[in-house]
Design a protein around this ligand. Structure first.
Ligand SMILES: [Zn+2]
Length: 111
């Protein structure tokens, strides 16, 4: 496909007139190598257990008991407490305040 630079320029002009100059700026133009390095360092700060939790969430698996999330309730408990409904009943119900500590212990044990 041939690139029509006149058409691109006309589009950029129309966009900037409607939404302002900021709408047509290349995002890279305000981003330095140093900022990129800082950003990459921040990404790598995730711990091993955080990464594994993330992977399991994507796979729809409870990070505590490794069973697949089966229903809407499991999804709901996963969102709110980071585990399935069964694990909620076993580990959290009536002692929600201690859950965060216990969850870290269980995740590290599984790692
Ligand atoms: Zn579970």
């Amino acid at each position: 496909m041939e690139t029509d630079y006149n058409k691109i320029a006309a589009l950029e002009k129309a966009i900037s007139e409607q939404y302002g100059q900021i709408a047509i700026v290349n995002p890279r133009s305000g981003w330095t190598r140093e900022q990129e390095a800082e950003f990459q360092k921040g990404i790598k700060k995730k711990t091993r257990s955080e990464e594994e939790t993330l992977i399991r969430e994507i796979e729809n698996v409870c990070p505590i008991c490794d069973s697949y999330l089966r229903n809407v309730q499991d999804d709901l408990y996963m969102t709110k407490f980071g585990c399935c409904q069964k694990c909620y009943v076993i580990h959290i119900e009536d002692r929600e305040s201690k859950w965060e500590e216990k969850k870290e212990r269980l995740l590290n044990k599984n790692a």
